[in-house]
Design a protein around this ligand. Structure first.
Ligand code: GDP
Length: 430
C-alpha cells in the first residue's frame, strides 16, 4: 500500500528520515518520494539527509514566540570568538535531548498550533507536493509529547483530513517516564486530539523501547525498529510480483484491518532460515526432480516454524504494549521465500492468532520474497483498548495539572483519565 510520509517536529523528521532510508535499503517502495517534513527548528533537518531539501518546510519565521537556533556557520565565522551558548555545535547530540529545549516552539503545543494556523497557506502549498494519485493514504509522524509534533501536527492532521479522501494514519512517539511532566501532558492532549481525527493511530511506547537506557540514546534504535515494522506492514504488497502466491497480501486487507479506527499496535519477529528448514528441503527436492513428495513431509515442520514465529511476534515488544485480547481486528503478514510458507503453515499461524486474541476477524496474507534467507511475521492489532501506558500518561498529565493549580479543569481538558484514550477511541470508532 503506497503511503505518503509526513513528519512533524524533531521526532517526526528523524523517523521519516529513517523510513526513507529503510525503503531504499529494503527495496520496498512505499512513499515513492511522497515525503514531507515540517519543523519549527532546523536542527533535526540538518541530520535528516535522506529527505530532499525541497521536502523540508521550516515554519515560524514570523512568529514572535519562535526562537531560532544560532546559525553554526555564522558563529564559526566570527574569528577567534567563542561560539555563543549552544551555537556552532548543532550536532546529533544536541539535537537529541529529551529536556525541552528552548528553540523552535520550546515544547509548547499552543505556540505550535498558532504557528501552523498562521502559516496554513504555506502548509497547503507544501502538501500540494504530494501526488495524491500515487498514494493510497498518508502517515503523519510526530512525537506526541512535542510542541511542534502535537501543536503543528494537529493542524496538519486537520488539513490532511480535509484534503484527502484516502485514510490518514498517525504514528506518534509517546514520552518516556523519565521525560518532564510537560511532555506527558502534551502527549495526553495529543492523543485525545489525534485519535478521533485519524483513521488509526500507532502510538510508539518510547518507555518500553528505551530498555532502561536514557531515551535519547535509543532514538536511532527505536526509529529503526519503527521503520522496519511500518515497511513490513505497508510495504508487503509493494515488491515486484516476481513470484505469484495465492495467499499474497491484498492492500485492501490492511485498510480493512485499520478501518475500525482507534489505537493500533504492531508485533514483529524474524527467523533466519537454516538448511534444515522445510522450505529449503522442499526446494532441494524439487531441484532434484522429486516434485510431489516433499509437500506433506515439509508442511508439518513448516507449520510448526510459522506458528512459533507468529507467537514470537505476538510476544515481542509491541510498538505499543497492550492486552492482545483487547484487539478488534488482527492482520498477520508472513514474508519470506515462497517455499518456506505453505498453506498449512499459514493457516496454523492464523488459527493461533484467533485463539490468542479471541477475535475471529484475523486477516492474513503473505509476501513472497524469492531468495530471502529469513521468514518474518508481522502482526497488527487494531483498535486495542487495554493499553496501560496510555492510561499512565493520562494519570501523569492529570497529576501535573493538579500540581500546577490548574487541576480544576484537568479532567475537562483531558477527559476522565480512568477512561483512557484507547477507550475513548473505541467509543468514537463504534
Ligand atoms: P518537537 O520537535 O517540539 O515536536 O519535539 P520532539 O520531537 O523533540 O520531542 C517530542 C517527543 O518525541 C519526546 O517525548 C521525545 O522523547 C520524542 N522523540 C524525539 N525525538 C525522537 C526520535 O527520534 N525517536 C523517537 N522514538 N522519539 C523521539
Amino acid at each position: 500500500m503506497k503511503l505518503a510520509f509526513v513528519g512533524v517536529g524533531d521526532a517526526g523528521t528523524r523517523i521519516v528520515d529513517r523510513l526513507v532510508r529503510a525503503e531504499r535499503a529494503s527495496g520496498r517502495s512505499v512513499s515513492d518520494g511522497n515525503v514531507l517534513v515540517f519543523n519549527t527548528d532546523d536542527a533535526a533537518f540538518r541530520a535528516a539527509t535522506a529527505v530532499p531539501d525541497d521536502r523540508r518546510v521550516l515554519l515560524g519565521d514570523t512568529h514572535p514566540a519562535v526562537r531560532r537556533r544560532p546559525d553554526p556557520a555564522e558563529a564559526d565565522a566570527v574569528d577567534g570568538a567563542e561560539p555563543a551558548d549552544g551555537a556552532g555545535d548543532v550536532d546529533e547530540t544536541e539535537a537529541y535531548t529529551s529536556e525541552i529545549d528552548p528553540f523552535g516552539v520550546g515544547g509548547d503545543p499552543e505556540t505550535g498550533a498558532a504557528v501552523a494556523e498562521a502559516e496554513r497557506p504555506e502548509i497547503r502549498r507544501a502538501l500540494d507536493r504530494i501526488d495524491e494519485t500515487e498514494v493510497a493514504g498518508t502517515m503523519l509522524v510526530a512525537g506526541l509529547g512535542g510542541g511542534t509534533g502535537t501543536g503543528v501536527g494537529s493542524v496538519l492532521l486537520e488539513e490532511l483530513d480535509s484534503i484527502y479522501e484516502t485514510p490518514v494514519y498517525v504514528l506518534g512517539a509517546l514520552p518516556a517516564a523519565t521525560e518532564p511532566d510537560r511532555r506527558a501532558l502534551t502527549a495526553a492532549r495529543g492523543i485525545r486530539t489525534v485519535v478521533p481525527l485519524a483513521d488509526a493511530v500507532f502510538p510508539v511506547d518510547n518507555e518500553a523501547w528505551r530498555r532502561g537506557d536514557p531515551v535519547t540514546e535509543r532514538y536511532d534504535a527505536i526509529n529503526d525498529a519503527i521503520a522496519a515494522r511500518v515497511l513490513a506492514l505497508f510495504g508487503a504488497g509493494e515488491r515486484d510480483p516476481e513470484s505469484v502466491s495465492e495467499l499474497r497480501i491484498d492492500p485492501a486487507d490492511v485498510t480493512r484491518t485499520l478501518e475500525v479506527g482507534g489505537v493500533a499496535s504492531i508485533g514483529h519477529a524474524t527467523r533466519e532460515l537454516t538448511p534444515d528448514d522445510a522450505g529449503v528441503v522442499t526446494r532441494l527436492l524439487r531441484l532434484l526432480g522429486i516434485a510431489d513428495a516433499p509437500e506433506s513431509d515439509g508442511a508439518d515442520a513448516d507449520a510448526a516454524t510459522v506458528k512459533r514465529l507468529v507467537r514470537r511476534a505476538l510476544e515481542s515488544t509491541l510498538t505499543l504494549p497492550c492486552s492482545v485480547d483487547s484487539a478488534d481486528r488482527v492482520l498477520v503478514i508472513l514474508s519470506g521465500p515462497p517455499d518456506a510458507i505453505s498453506r498449512k503453515g499459514f493457516e496454523t499461524g492464523r488459527y493461533l492468532l484467533e485463539e490468542e486474541t479471541g477475535t475471529v476477524e484475523v486477516l492474513a496474507g503473505d509476501e513472497p520474497v524469492p531468495g530471502a534467507t529469513e521468514v518474518t511475521a508481522t502482526v497488527v492489532l487494531s483498535n486495542v483498548t487495554d493499553v496501560p501506558r496510555i492510561d499512565e500518561i493520562q494519570r501523569r498529565a492529570v497529576a501535573a495539572l493538579d500540581a500546577s493549580d490548574a487541576g480544576d479543569d484537568g479532567t475537562t481538558v483531558l477527559g476522565d483519565a480512568a477512561d483512557g484514550a484507547a477507550d475513548a477511541a473505541a467509543r468514537s470508532a463504534a
